[in-house]
Design a protein around this ligand. Structure first.
Ligand code: ADP
Length: 400
């Protein structure tokens, strides 16, 4: 068998660098891993290859040392020469990017310009681009934006009811995130559920550590729960999701919280973690709730109720909802979350089949609904594959 070309997919954070080598035509992952705790004594690269887990300490190594370590690793397993192009997950593309693009100097400058909208993420994504440019000189690189899929939202969906000057002068609006996942899952759902490409509506719930949901009409995002930042919308692992904006004033004026404390409270100490005072991890909470931990149980109930309420809201964004899709670590695996969420939607005609739900939909092409309910399905997301496919499309069009 001829060795197929591989795409290196990079997702660079402020202290971590996730990487995956994807074979895009068959859609399999040859090797994947993460360099984490970067620039600290605990810096380490972990990777998985042929179902075997490996790790290598790179004490005090920063992103550049991680890049060096990844190159050495790829040489050792004889995969480096098969890498033909690189795809980067970039969090914020602002108004400028409505689709993936080949990276050049103008693109990196524009990503930098969007940093004010994602001060933690975009600079880290740029570091990732720098590192791969250093270690893979000459290879084409593509930026794939979390926000791009939602650029099809209209003003009525993306504007906040604030003085319009904030939008005009500072770009204050809803952007939405998880776009690469929604794009992948919506295409999969259309195929798998035999929907008409030009006449269908879906609501997709991407439930991982971060969580958001999206209304899709004929393959295009029309509304989503995340906003200017990923803090808006659903209850998440450590993020609060929707709150009364008046709470910010209350915390500042009455509780004397600083801006930094409010930021940390809402982003890092709220959500499932804040409510349960135990964990941000759904599996841990489900285990604890099963053993009688009432606070873990409460956190899951709030998660499901808020989710159902916002899913029902998104259904108003499309002329008809042909399918409710669950994806992400929680959406693909948590029977309880799907069951409880759909129960809240019973008055709208949604009903889950308990047996199909138990099998995570494996028994029937992902479908987990009762016969008298619209389609409810579990569809696994694959953001890395979506990024790799975009890389192939853009590099092929460049060669033409
Ligand atoms: P990320 O946003 O980091 O990509 P994932 O999509 O991997 O996150 O989702 C992680 C979440 O999925 C965690 O809360 C984890 O507990 C949850 N999860 C994974 N497997 C299960 C399971 N079998 N049951 C319940 N929750 C699960």
């Amino acid at each position: 068998m001829i060795d197929q070309p591989l795409i290196l997919v990079i997702n660079c954070g402020s202290s971590s660098l996730k990487f995956a080598l994807i074979e895009p035509s068959q859609g399999y992952c040859e090797l994947d891993g993460i360099a984490e705790n970067l620039a600290s004594p605990q810096a380490i690269i972990r990777w998985s290859h042929h179902q075997q887990e490996h790790q290598k300490a790179i004490a005090d190594g920063a992103h550049s040392e991680a890049g060096q370590g990844i190159i050495e690793l790829l040489e050792k397993v004889q995969l480096r020469s098969r890498v033909v192009a690189i795809g980067h997950r970039v969090v914020h593309g602002g108004k400028r990017f409505s689709e993936s693009v080949l990276i050049d100097e103008a693109v990196t400058a524009a990503v930098e310009a969007c940093s004010s909208l994602a001060p933690l993420h975009n600079p880290a994504n740029l570091v990732g681009i720098e590192v791969t440019t250093q270690y893979f000189p000459g290879l084409p690189q593509v930026a794939v934006f979390d926000t791009a899929f939602h650029q099809s939202m209209t003003e009525q969906a993306f504007l906040y009811a604030l003085p319009l000057s904030l939008y005009r002068d500072h770009g204050v609006r809803r952007y939405g995130f998880h776009g690469t996942s929604f794009r992948y899952v919506s295409a999969q759902a259309t195929r798998q559920l035999s929907l008409k490409a030009d006449d269908h509506g879906l609501v997709i719930a991407h439930l991982g550590n971060g969580a958001s949901a999206c209304a899709v009409h004929n393959g295009k995002s029309v509304d989503t729960t995340m906003g200017l930042t990923p803090l808006e919308g659903l209850v998440m692992g450590t993020r609060s999701g929707n709150i009364d904006p008046g709470l910010l004033l209350f915390l500042h004026q009455r509780c004397h919280y600083s801006i930094e404390e409010i930021d940390s409270l809402l982003n890092k100490r709220s959500g499932l973690l804040g409510l349960s005072e135990l964990s941000n991890d759904m599996r841990t909470l489900e285990d604890a709730a099963d053993k009688g931990n009432t606070q873990a149980d409460l956190a899951i109930r709030v998660f499901c109720y808020q989710l159902a309420k916002q899913l029902a809201g998104l259904m108003t964004a499309i002329p008809r909802c042909d399918g409710l899709i669950f994806t992400g670590g929680i959406g693909e695996n948590s029977r309880r979350v799907r069951h409880e969420t759909v129960q809240h939607l019973g008055s709208l005609g949604w009903a889950i089949d308990p047996d199909a739900n138990l099998s995570n939909g494996e028994s029937n092409q992902g479908k987990i609904h009762q016969s008298d309910s619209p389609i409810i399905a579990v569809i696994a997301t694959d953001e890395e594959l979506m990024i790799a496919k975009d890389v192939v499309t853009l590099t092929n069009s460049q060669q033409r």
